[in-house]
Ligand binder design. Structure first.
Ligand code: PAF
Length: 284
C-alpha cells in the first residue's frame, strides 16, 4: 500500500490506473477505522481493480462548537488496518492542500439538506458535498462506497452525483453493528461505560419501532415516534435531536408507514456525543 498526500500525486496515480484499463473504487473516510469502514473497503475491493481510501478529517463539515479538535486520529494505526484489507492507495491529504487559503468554492445541494442533520448542523452537508466532489475529481473513481448509517449523507451525495453528472456509481453498504446493536461509528470511542445503555437506546428504539409495525401494519407514525422517543428519554443522559419517519428517497416526513419509510434518529448523549442511526421500518 502507498500513502499519498497531495491531490497532484493521487490524480497521477488515478490517471495511470485508468490508462491501464483498471477500475478504481473509492471509500471516503475521516479515519479512525472500525469494522464499518473496513467492510466498505472490502466491498469496494471486490468490485474494482484498484482501491483508494481517502482519510481526511474535513474541517468544512464541522460546526464551530463541534468535535473537530478532538476527532480521533491515528495515521499509523489506520495505515496498518488499510493495508490488511488490501487498500492500494491511502490518500491522507493535509488541510492546507485540500483547502488552500484562496479556496472559494462550495457545493450546495438544496432541499435534501435542509432537515434532519442539516437542520441541527447548518453547513454540514455543504462541507460534505464540497469535499466529496473534490475527492471524486482527485481520485477519478468508477465507484464510491458509502455507509448507510449516514443515511441523509448518502441521499445528498447521490443527488449531487446526478445533478453534476459525476461519472461515479454510488454504492451503499448496510450499517455494521456491534453485537450489542450499537451502530459502529468513530464517535463511539467517546462513550464511557456508564453511557452505553443510553447509546443503545437508538438501536433499541429501532427494534421497538419495528415490533410496533410488525404487530400492527396500520400503526400511526405518531404512535411509533412517541414510543421510540419515550424510550430514549427514559435515559437521563439522552437529548433527542430528531426522531422521524421519512421517505427513503425524498427524506420528507411520512404520513403513513410503507416499505419506503425509514426511521431516522439523532441523539446527544450527555451533551457531548451525537449519535445517529436509522432503519427501514419494513425490511425486504
Ligand atoms: O462519512 C464520512 O466519514 C464523511 O462525511 C466523508 C464522506 C468522508 C466526507 O468527509
Amino acid at each position: 500500500m502507498k500513502l499519498v498526500t497531495t491531490p497532484i500525486e493521487i490524480q497521477a496515480y488515478a490517471h495511470d490506473y485508468r490508462a491501464k484499463g483498471a477500475t478504481i473504487g473509492l471509500v471516503p473516510t475521516m479515519g479512525w477505522f472500525h469494522e464499518g469502514h473496513l467492510s466498505l473497503m472490502r466491498k469496494a475491493g471486490t468490485m474494482t481493480d484498484k482501491l483508494i481510501v481517502s482519510l481526511f478529517v474535513n474541517p468544512m463539515q464541522f460546526g464551530p462548537s463541534e468535535d473537530l479538535d478532538k476527532y480521533p486520529y491515528d495515521l499509523d494505526r489506520d495505515c496498518r488496518l488499510a493495508e490488511e484489507v488490501g487498500v492500494d492507495l491511502l490518500y491522507a491529504a493535509e488541510k492546507a492542500v485540500m483547502y488552500p487559503e484562496e479556496f472559494a468554492t462550495t457545493v450546495h445541494v438544496k432541499g435534501l439538506t435542509s432537515g434532519l442533520c442539516g437542520g441541527s448542523r447548518p453547513g454540514h452537508f455543504d462541507g460534505v458535498t464540497t469535499v466529496v466532489a473534490k475527492l471524486f475529481n482527485q481520485t477519478l473513481p468508477h465507484i464510491a462506497v458509502f455507509g448507510e448509517k449516514d443515511f441523509q449523507q448518502l441521499a445528498v451525495i447521490r443527488k449531487m452525483v446526478t445533478d453534476l453528472d459525476f461519472p461515479v456509481e454510488i454504492i451503499a453498504h448496510p450499517i455494521v453493528r456491534e453485537e450489542s446493536g450499537l451502530a459502529m461509528s468513530s464517535r463511539n470511542t467517546y462513550l464511557q461505560d456508564d453511557e452505553m445503555a443510553a447509546a443503545l437506546s437508538l438501536s433499541k428504539g429501532i427494534a421497538l419501532a419495528k415490533d410496533l409495525v410488525k404487530s400492527d401494519r396500520n400503526v400511526t407514525v405518531k404512535l411509533v415516534i412517541d414510543g421510540v422517543s419515550r424510550n430514549i428519554l427514559s435515559h437521563r443522559e439522552c437529548e433527542i435531536d430528531y426522531v422521524e419517519i421519512v421517505d427513503k428517497t425524498t427524506l420528507r416526513p411520512c404520513t403513513q408507514i410503507t416499505t419506503a419509510s425509514v426511521l431516522v434518529l439523532a441523539v446527544k448523549i450527555n451533551k457531548r456525543i451525537r449519535l445517529i442511526d436509522n432503519s427501514l421500518m419494513i425490511e425486504g
